[in-house]
Design a protein around this ligand. Sequence first.
Ligand code: HXC
Length: 257
Amino acid sequence: MTVTTDRDGAIATVTLRRPEALNALNGNQLNALLAVATTLSADVSVRAVILTGEGQRAFAAGADIKEMAEMDPVQALAFTRLGHAVASAISGAPQPWIAAVNGVALGGGCELALACDIRVASQNAAFGQPEVMLGVIPGWGGTQRLPRLIGAGVASELILTGRRIGADEALRIGLVSAVYPSEELLGQATAIARTIASNAPGAVQAAKRAMAVVHDTDMAAGLAFEAQAFALSFATADQKEGMAAFIAKRAPNFTGS
Ligand code: HXC
């Protein structure tokens, strides 16, 4: 199995497992990841997902260069579209996805992390979009998601030079939100996932959806979307429970209804 899923209550951990190739993703593995993401999206008992790579060296060293080397343009189009489908399955999932970047996240590996809602990294993590050094460009969403996340100037410098950066620089430019020692990474990612899972599920999902429209709309339409989603949260039992619990000075018991 090149992609595995482990469940711990409401939290699913998805692990890319091809350590002999530093978890570089070929077509088979992408299809497996797409199937996993689709299954998890349909499972209402999953409230947060962690994406990581097997071993200490790599989250994912990119798309499989050996597989890409033989592609013609038609095959390359299918490959980029498959990567887009995987990234969209993650970014469009109802639950938040957290990338726990445990080593190199290069090319398509960085792009998978970009598709997640939150990125945390180990101290030995490294990020980069080295595609131009291979005669191609980022093809799993990097040209679109990296500028949106960290701004056009820094994204341009990274994509046009192919320069690799370490975890501290990734933290400074806002590519990741925290850096931990390797041995703490999964525990810290799980703690974030648990905190998310303890919140009202419908509210978490609505907040993720509302933030997603930032990139597709102007401010007025975005605020209109937010207002609708905010109002709709008052149709849930969890809104009544969350506010009643605050007023009664007790912990809320969210049911997802
Ligand atoms: C295929 C890969 C690979 C990749 C590593 N390997 N990255 N195989 N595709 N992307 C394989 C190596 O060939 C080698 O296998 C094994 O993993 C270990 O890698 P080494 O290079 O020996 O390790 P090291 O010297 O430590 O260097 C690590 C590394 C380097 C710096 C991460 O492997 C590297 O630069 N990899 C390529 C990174 C990259 O350019 N990624 C972007 C790809 S383009 P063997 O069997 O030879 O020992 C992309 C486009 C996405 O992602 C969009 C597509 C549409």
